[in-house]
Design a binder for this molecule. Structure first.
Ligand SMILES: C[S@@+](CC[C@H](N)C(=O)[O-])C[C@H]1O[C@@H](n2cnc3c(N)ncnc32)[C@H](O)[C@@H]1O
Ligand SMILES: O=C(O)C(=O)C[C@]1(C(=O)O)C=C[C@@H](O)C=C1
Length: 235
């Protein structure tokens, strides 16, 4: 189904509710530049890291697109756990897993509170940006503490620039992308208002500094287009 969520006046802040969940795959494909490419890079590093009997968590798994794709490519046995606190998203995820015969452990959980096992890979694409800054570092520290030695954490985020003109131009470049995806000026502005103070992006440097402060030995960008970046952090 096509995303038309913001063709009408917004009545509340952005939520990952039923209305969003049923059009979410279309929304992401048309709202995140090079979403498929950043997903492929995530899959490459996750599959490279996963050994027989390994464990991967996807935090903020939404409709489980990533874990479903990884499950199709796996050549070894591994445990795939997808966490999300939106029932509506998990309902879509379960429907897709059933239709595609994917064996993924989908759990309704708050990623801030969850009791993680030691894992080989953590992924959290376009999710940390929705975690309040006050507790974001606490979550990344929990992820670092739950990774095996040399384990990897791949995360993708919308990013800002602290150079005000460049930041403004990056946003304009992004909105041009959205228009090319068929969104109207009206939809773009409605969504921007809905996301105000709900999606709180950091700069590229702030994300890297956060990862290093939380115990990762290395963190760098492996993909970036304008104001969207994919990072890999190594324990
Ligand atoms: C932009 S979506 C992530 C997209 C997904 N990772 C992908 O690449 O397709 C953000 C997701 O994080 C979930 N989320 C936000 N805060 C959460 C929390 N505290 N605990 C669990 N899930 C959360 C939302 O329900 C939503 O499904
Ligand atoms: O920043 C925006 O305008 C977006 O649409 C980006 C974004 C995201 O990065 O998560 C926001 C909400 C949806 O989850 C889909 C895309």
């Amino acid at each position: 189904m096509n995303d038309k969520v913001f063709t009408k006046p917004i009545e509340k802040q952005f939520e990952f509710n039923e209305e969003v969940a049923v059009v979410f795959d279309d929304m992401l494909n048309r709202s995140v530049p090079f979403y498929k490419e950043s997903q492929k890079i995530t899959e490459f590093f996750a599959l490279k890291q996963l050994k027989d009997g390994g464990l991967i968590y996807d935090l903020g798994c939404s409709t489980a697109s990533l874990l479903i794709s990884i499950s199709k490519q796996l050549k070894i046995e591994a445990i795939l756990i997808g966490l999300d606190n939106s029932d509506a998203m998990l309902e879509q995820a379960r429907k897709k897993c059933q239709a595609l015969g994917a064996t993924i452990d989908l759990q309704n959980a708050d990623i801030l509170e969850y009791d993680y096992k030691q894992a080989d890979v953590f992924v959290s694409n376009y999710t940390l940006q929705f975690i309040r800054p006050l507790v974001r570092e606490e979550l990344v520290k929990k992820i670092a503490d739950s990774l095996k030695k040399e384990g990897i954490f791949i995360f993708s985020e919308k990013v800002i620039s602290h150079h005000s003109k460049l930041n403004k131009d990056l946003i304009e470049c992004y909105y041009d992308f959205k228009k090319e995806q068929g969104y109207s000026e009206y939809e773009i502005m409605q969504k921007r208002e809905a996301l105000e103070n709900v999606l709180v992006p950091y700069s590229e440097d702030e994300n890297i500094k956060m990862a290093k402060n939380c115990g990762f030995s290395h963190c760098e960008v492996v993909f970036r287009w304008a104001n969207f970046a994919t990072f890999i952090a190594i324990k």
